[in-house]
Design a protein around this ligand. Sequence first.
Ligand SMILES: *Cc1c(COP(=O)(O)O)cnc(C)c1O
Length: 378
Amino acid sequence: MLMIPGPTPVPEQALLALGRHPIGHRSGEFSEIMAEVTENLKWLHQTQNDVLVLSASGTGAMEAGIINFLSAGDRVLVGSNGKFGQRWAEVAKAYNLDVQTITAEWGKPLDPEQFRQALEADTDKQIKAVIITHSETSTGVLNDLETINRHVKAHGEALIIVDAVTSLGAYNVPIDEWGLDVVASGSQKGYMIPPGLAFVSVSAKAWKAYETSNLPRYYLDLGPYRKTAAKNTTPFTPPVNLFFALQATLRMMKAEGLENIFARHDRLKRATRAAVKALGLPLFGADDCASPAITAVAPVSAEAEQIRSVMKKKFDIALAGGQDSFKGKIFRIGHLGFVCDRDVLSAIAALEATLQSLNVEFPAGAGVAAASQVLNAG
Ligand SMILES: *Cc1c(COP(=O)(O)O)cnc(C)c1O
């Protein structure tokens, strides 16, 4: 049972689709699937912008989001409060951009005020893009994209480039309403299919920047993706079976409805956090900036890695560990994608049994009771 923030669990409809015999990617049958998938991706992304599908992991979408719209030496403002914010800065530096970072401690959200100040100070409009991670998976912190984006809009020039890998399909990311220029995500997160596809949505303003961007690119040049997508095909051979699976999960998502999907993730998040608190385990990150996809816990009564190990061995539940300097200090419970109330209750009950087997003193039953209360209240 995967309770890590990707790969996430895959529903049977998608598993069966993956088991089909592949079809030719230049066939009419594939084009029909791609047409449906593209339309449903726009629905999920709440946008009329292009939503392009790449054969890559999420990082491929991030890299595409930079190299298609910027030029060597461009100044970019990168928000960094965890592993994925750091990754944005690393990609931007790899392409010789002039990177100015706004940082926050791991476990804390980015401060929108710092973005406002930096953008207001930029009177000669040197900042070409503001680049942030919406849900910082490494710490379970949700950054205030809406407010930061407002400051970007007040600046007028800069593009807003967003990693929404663990917020899309879990939390409201209204791309058109907010005017988000470039939004990157990956299939093994909220999309409920295995790793292998990455998504980038591109606004008209970003396409304008594409025309003058001079960074080197070939496989991730989005121009050919856009051109071929208009004819419901792809520039290179796509993993056709992942498209079958995506067709299936997007249909499931449409049947559930966006509001219900967001409400489910919110409920699972609140249930998980209530349970962890009731067990006396410290949460890493405050309630008001909690990711809908992942809850990070900083246990003191037992070692994080020991808890993970027992959870895996005794209950076959995979939890994520901490990254970098938080390795061994935190563990993370994923509740993203194809996850329901039963899964969270099982994980919390297994966590209680794990604490008991590690001889930790805790109020037995309190986690399940607290989670149940949240789940029953809806
Ligand atoms: C998973 C993830 C990514 C992409 O990672 P890949 O391993 O390249 O798929 C990017 N950003 C965030 C916030 C993520 O959670």
